[in-house]
Ligand binder design. Structure first.
Ligand code: V47
Ligand code: SF4
Length: 398
């Protein structure tokens, strides 16, 4: 079978006038290179035939493939799914408080209640901020914060209702599984009761935070008191069953091995086969500043690109792969668009602190819609404005 494929590719790569896209031609020339091992060729063949790759295959890619190899394949898969399109949305991030009961070792953001760097925005303060925003500047409000020790579910329901009252047309994507679990505990409710109440108050979707790394031993080491892996997965499953679509994340580049990353992706892929409720996956690069994990180096950018690429190849059932540009920087995020990424997140439109406190590249993560469109066009792609659920709002192909 591969011989046939290879022969076809040899023909394609020799034919400079054919109508096939540049990605296919590049893959062709890559695969006929004798330096690519049989083992890697077999994995590439699976991908080109739309077959699922195994955990062992993913490990081979992490350990033995070079960046060009996985990058071209990831770009091929992304292009098959979405052509030249890259999605973005117009959103704002609201962080109601950075007071948190959990104290994860990698977190640069949480503060004790009496710390001078802590904040606890009231409903009125958030209302005042929202009222300054023109209605057509947004289609999504993203709300994530710490697990505040004493704020009851009433505060969060009031907040959701307020957002819908001021900006009735927006989707609200709010609260990580970790916050949901803590609401259930504090209010003596089940997860199903919490999610149902939040949904009734205006919750449309959930972000992917709090997943970190699912390996139980490593999770215990880096965030001992946080929601356990199986509970994180069960909360997302419950959300999907209630019709709430969600995202998922991984925190990578700290103490984890390649096997830990693959195990994490595999648990998500297995759940997605069952529920189909995940929209997007966001790899979050560990940033080292202002936390107590004690890791002195951050991953080189080549490893980030390899990680994005292999994620695109392994996670075949979560449609969107998102780059969170405030963390990696606008320039580098543009490059990820050639390594499997199809989603540039949003305009963010707030002085989001969760990453600036951890040493993110962009200190003031705000861009206008025009800037976002230019960034995507400058990367040679077609910007597509979407809503939270990936319904298309506008294609900017002029
Ligand atoms: O779960 C905390 C991460 C996450 C650090 O769903 C850190 O659309 C790097 O989940 N270095 C919260 N990362 C943010 C989040 C998110 C962001 C953007 C979009 C979406 C979405 C979700 O922030 C936490 C944790 O993994 N984080 N500290 C750090 N030092
Ligand atoms: Fe709290 Fe989230 Fe920071 Fe952990 S990562 S301490 S749960 S704010």
């Amino acid at each position: 079978m591969f011989r046939k494929f290879r022969t076809n590719f040899e023909m394609i790569s020799n034919d400079t006038n054919n109508s096939l896209n540049i990605e296919t031609q590049l893959i062709a020339s890559l695969l006929v290179k004798s330096s690519v091992s049989k083992q890697l060729q077999t994995i590439a063949e699976k991908i080109l035939h739309n077959e699922r790759i195994s955990c062992d295959d993913a490990l081979v890619l992490y350990e033995k493939a070079d960046l060009n190899f996985v990058g071209m394949l990831a770009n091929y898969v992304k292009t098959q799914k979405f052509g030249n399109q890259v999605f973005f949305n117009k959103n704002i991030h609201i962080e109601p408080s950075n007071v948190c009961v959990h104290k994860c070792k990698f977190c640069s953001y949480y503060r004790e209640k009496d710390d001078r760097e802590s904040w606890e925005y009231s409903i009125d303060e958030i209302a005042a901020k929202l009222k300054t925003i023109p209605a057509d500047a947004l289609t999504e409000v993203h709300i994530v914060g710490g697990c505040h020790p004493s704020r009851t579910i009433a505060y969060y329901c009031d907040l959701l209702r307020l957002v819908k009252q001021i900006l009735p047309h927006v989707y609200i994507k709010a609260f990580t599984a970790v916050e949901i679990e803590y609401m259930a505990k504090l209010n003596s409710m089940t997860i199903c009761e919490v999610l149902t109440k939040l949904k009734e108050s205006g919750l449309d979707a959930m972000p992917g935070g709090g997943a970190e790394i699912f390996d139980e031993k490593l999770r215990e080491e880096i965030c001992p008191s946080k929601t356990k892996s199986n509970d994180w997965l069960a909360i997302h499953k419950q959300a999907h069953q209630l019709g709430i679509e969600t995202n998922a994340t991984i925190l990578y580049g700290h103490k984890e091995t390649f096997a830990h990353r693959i195990d994490h992706l595999n648990r998500l892929r297995t759940l997605q086969d069952e529920t189909h409720g995940f929209n997007a996956f966001i790899p979050l690069k560990y940033k080292k500043e202002n936390n107590v994990l004690g890791i002195e180096r951050e991953l080189p950018w080549t490893e980030d690109l390899k990680n994005f690429s292999i994620t695109r190849l392994f996670l075949d059932n979560i449609p969107h792969l998102k780059v969170y540009w405030p963390m990696l920087g606008k320039d580098f995020s543009q490059i990820t668009l050639d390594y499997g990424v199809d989603d540039f997140d949003g305009t963010i439109n707030d002085s989001t602190k969760i990453y600036s406190m951890a040493g993110s590249v962009e200190k003031t993560p705000i861009i206008t819609q025009d800037e976002m469109i230019t960034l995507i066009k400058d990367s040679g792609k077609t910007p597509v404005e979407r809503d939270t659920l990936y319904n298309i709002i506008a294609i900017h192909n002029k």
